[in-house]
Design a protein. Sequence first.
Length: 510
Amino acid sequence: MPRAPARRPALGRIPLLAIFAGIAALAMLLPALHAVLRDDEDTARPFLYAAILILLGCVLVSLARGGEPDRRAAARAELVALVGTFTALPFLLAVPLAEAEGLPLGDAAFEMVSALTTTGATLYDPSALSGPAHLWRATVGWLGGLFMWVAAAAILAPMNLGGFEIAADGPIGAGAARRRGSGGAGDRMRRYARQLLPAYAGLTAALWVALLVAGETPLRALITSMSTLSTSGIVAGGLGATGTSGVLGEVLVLMFLVFALSRATFADESRSAAVSRMHGDPELRLGLVLLASAAAFLFLRHFVGAADLGVTETEDIPTALGAAWGSLFTAASFLTTTGFVSDGWSDAALWSGLETPGVVLMALALVGGGVATTAGGVKLFRIYALGKHAERELERLVLPSSIAGAGMVARRIRRTGARAAWVFFMLFALSLAGTCLALAATGVPLEDALILTAAALSNCGPVAQVAGDGPIDLAALTPFAKTVMAAAMVLGRLETLAIVALLNPSLWRN
């Protein structure tokens, strides 16, 4: 007797965008609760009402779609769900923020796009927003980081996108066709969420408790822990990661930033045997080399400047150590596209009398963190693939008859992986040039346009505050310039290859 086909779980028949909206609605209860504890009912009411309305809408959509056959196994539907999450969902998230803080809906939507893409750029001075508003921005950023963790494994990895194309054995954007038997995107998202959510939430809670023990205030500790794990860089005031906890708090934050350097630090599964263990992970090793090199360069620069001023005596050793720590922490923060600035960073500038080299921090942010992490940027794995390819080419110049070993995966990375990385670099350069020209056409000075473009595409909003001669006032941008920046944030988060794969005609054929 033939076996009846298994019935797909109810959650697997709900559109992905409705699931994400429902999760975001539940998250609105957190700032509402915080506002109630502060006896601020006027702020709590918009978050509570918005949560109820959005949840009701999600239930109605689920009931309407519950009886339809599941067609979300198609690759195009998965990519459309990704694009829709970062373009349509921010408007829902912006409604309670706009109502609670009295902001224009367009500006509130910009804030939500920035938070959801873990960019962390803001139009407002931190003192202009209330505590619940900062908590809501950090919560949206935390959810955006979790979403990218899960989506990378459930959607981008099966399609050979998001950096997974470097070690993949199939064409870019076509991997999902071979894996449809594993279920639709909703099934895979639910399966990977069960695996990654405990680790993500547990690490956030651990950092929160550690910061509380270090002397940080509860609200700032929670916001900082969320921003660290999601690499959004959202804080309640300024660009500093900590307030009352000082250097000890920065040490704790740095310990948790390592999870943005490589997927091997928090996940067991891997597409390549070369990245299956942390001690042999190429992304982690390359990230540590770049971090050490950048920190050493920044410290030596300040040291030479201080020597020219004649202030490198013995009594200045604590200042020198503070400058070294500030360089290390800030470099690590921008390499992971978080954007925290150490308190010792400004002290180092005062010690040496030199301006802060923001272009170095911008370059680190453009490099970015690891594949399938919350960090943005180009990704370390692509840099590694191009480096291995260049190393092999130099070896062939010296020994033309040499044969490279290290296995099939290493050969794939040096050949097809390097080719895919180069294609991505060209698309990234075109995106950089196009966005910069679009911003310049709105009246933004060319230097500021380049900095804003790098901040948006690398998903590291604090670059706009430290890379130039002075902070760039995002609130002074025209509405069209803000729209261009928001689109660049989404493009940087999803990456150009995913957008190109979505436009592939083969994905739209029945």
